[in-house]
Design a protein around this ligand. Structure first.
Ligand SMILES: *[C@@H]1O[C@H](CO)[C@@H](O)[C@H](O)[C@H]1NC(C)=O
Ligand SMILES: *[C@@H]1O[C@H](CO)[C@@H](O)[C@H](O)[C@H]1NC(C)=O
Length: 517
């Protein structure tokens, strides 16, 4: 019966890869629970004693470069210790898009003060308004849904706004109800939007929500040289604006870093830390990184997807051929130490226009033509093995560690994969504090659907991936040097332009009637 359910869900148009993967995970949970294994451990209801668990990164071996740099051990305390101030490390992009920086302070008394600064631009150079949010947080229990996370409840006591520009004031005043942030509002002067005696009408008008406080995780990276970095992961924001004030997060946003333990150097951290609602941080113009996808990119951490998926991603792009390959390694735990299955997707891509919504980002169309899956553990192999013939690779042919091509069966009903599959994407590259390129790929819709139409194109990003020098040989061979030299950047942007021209010619062939250009 469950089989039929999964089948029906995956029949809708191009159902998204990961929704199916989530189904598989659920299946697995049910399956394993049924067999009495301990894989699906439900956390205990409350914290009577402080517990912690030690975790280590497994993916480092996949990226030679990271491996050589340093070994990092990661621990996550449950319940998390929140005391201190946590700040944004870059200009953050939320679905919408919204551009902001955050500085959150938690006191031992459980009171918190959250500062959010909003901007008109994707570089956080032009502040519009700041919110100062005061309240109290109560940690409740280890999350049943997102392993490794802690559920919390918050109570707001005060929310104030300071508007920094006339344009922002006019924009706010035009949103209903205008009486909230109306003509009485003076630039640079705090205005109370909400207190415990007044209603929430004004907050709703702003789309304001602190639902992110509902899911919390603190990770500590212990570096081999003795240094330590602490990151605060708060719940994800729903990608659909109308859902965001009710959505209980199951994934995370980009982490904030502890001001006492952050990555050095972090000029943005310092600016955000020193800011106030009256003096919002104005971020320096970031180094423009020309969009060059060539090479191999990997996740920086074990990633938690909304709807309970733990995974690492690895992407390779070949701009000359317009081909790509993505490897998604799935795990059953938030440390990515217990692998379940690997999914290898490949196909073509086409680069589109610069994004009108998120400046500095570029639109893409991706086509998935082939998906190969390897079960890494017995329960997954058994599950896939039990699918009906013609529905998911070679029925009865699934074995642990043996890759199966799903192309002959046009995907896999159980995994919700239908081939060929097309997605509208948003990409951006940036340089990190060491001037190494980072690749941001569009955030998946929080409801598990697929961005299979231009209107569904993401407006925010997933966790950035780093470029591996190991997978970078092709580019180095072409240009004969590292990524930082001007020469390479110029050459790369030159080929990008050429690639776009070629695309105009080849685009229609590549998209075989699906693309809308
Ligand atoms: C984890 O807990 C053990 C025992 O309770 C303790 O010895 C250890 O220092 C803790 N580790 C961290 C990183 O807090
Ligand atoms: C898959 O099914 C085949 C045929 O029924 C069986 O021989 C094989 O052992 C199964 N493999 C697994 C991993 O269950």
């Amino acid at each position: 019966m469950k089989c039929a359910e999964a089948g029906n869900m995956s029949n809708g148009r191009f159902s998204h890869l990961l929704r199916g993967v989530w189904l598989l995970w659920l299946w697995q949970a049910v399956f394993v629970a049924g067999t009495g294994s301990k894989l699906w451990e439900v956390p205990t209801g409350s914290f009577t004693s402080s517990s912690n668990h030690s975790e280590s990164l497994q993916w480092e071996q996949d990226c030679q470069y990271r491996h050589l740099q340093d070994r990092v051990r990661i621990t996550a305390d449950i319940p998390p210790r929140l005391d201190g101030t946590w700040v944004s490390t870059r200009c953050e992009v939320r679905p919408g898009p919204e551009f902001l920086t955050r500085s959150y302070t938690f006191h031992p008394s459980r009171h918190f003060q959250a500062l959010q600064h909003y901007y008109t631009d994707s570089g956080c150079e032009d502040p519009t308004y700041s919110l100062i949010i005061r309240g109290k947080l109560r940690l409740r229990q280890a999350s049943w849904i997102t392993r490794g996370g802690t559920e919390a409840e918050h109570h707001l006591s005060k929310v104030g706004i300071v508007v920094h520009s006339l344009a922002a004031k006019q924009r706010l005043a035009s949103r209903p109800p205008p009486t909230c942030v109306g003509l009485t509002l003076a630039l640079g002067k705090p205005y109370e939007l909400y207190n415990t005696r007044a209603g929430r009408g004004c907050l709703a008008a702003l789309g304001f929500s602190m639902m992110e406080m509902g899911l919390i995780r603190v990770e500590t990276q212990h570096h081999s040289h003795g240094g330590k970095v602490q990151e605060l992961l708060l719940g994800d924001i729903h990608t659909d604006w109308t859902q965001r004030t009710q959505y209980r997060p199951t994934g995370y946003q980009q982490p904030l870093q502890n001001t006492m333990h952050h990555i050095h150097p972090c000029p943005v951290c310092a600016l955000v830390y020193r800011s106030s609602e009256q003096r919002p941080p104005v971020l320096p113009r970031s180094l423009a990184a020309p969009l060059s996808l060539a090479g191999r990119w990997v996740s920086q951490r074990c990633e938690t997807r909304p709807n309970v998926l733990f995974l690492t991603r690895e992407f390779s792009f070949n701009p000359d051929q317009h081909t790509w390959e993505g490897v998604y390694r799935h795990y059953s735990d938030p440390a990515c130490s217990q692998p379940t299955f690997n999914l290898r997707a490949s196909g073509h891509y086409a680069q589109g226009n610069p994004s009108a919504k998120v400046s500095g980002a570029t639109e893409f169309v991706f086509k998935v033509t082939q998906v190969r899956v390897t079960a890494v553990e017995e329960p997954t192999a058994k599950l896939l093995n039990g699918t009906r013939p013609g529905k998911c690779g070679r029925a009865g042919g699934w074995e642990v560690g043996v890759e199966q091509d799903l192309t002959p069966t046009d995907g896999c009903t159980l995994l919700g994969i239908k081939l060929p599959h097309k997605e509208y994407e948003l990409f951006k590259t940036e340089l990190d504090h060491r001037k190494h390129p980072l690749l941001f790929i569009g955030e998946r819709p929080a409801d598990g659907s697929s961005p299979d139409r231009p209107q569904r194109r993401p407006t925010s990003f997933q966790a950035p991936m780093v470029l591996c020098s190991g997978g970078h040989t092709q580019l180095s061979r072409h240009y004969g040097s590292g990524f930082n030299s001007k020469q390479v950047q110029l050459a790369a942007s030159g080929t990008a332009r050429l690639a776009q021209l070629v695309l105009l010619v080849l685009g229609s062939v590549l998209c075989s009637g699906f693309c809308v250009y």
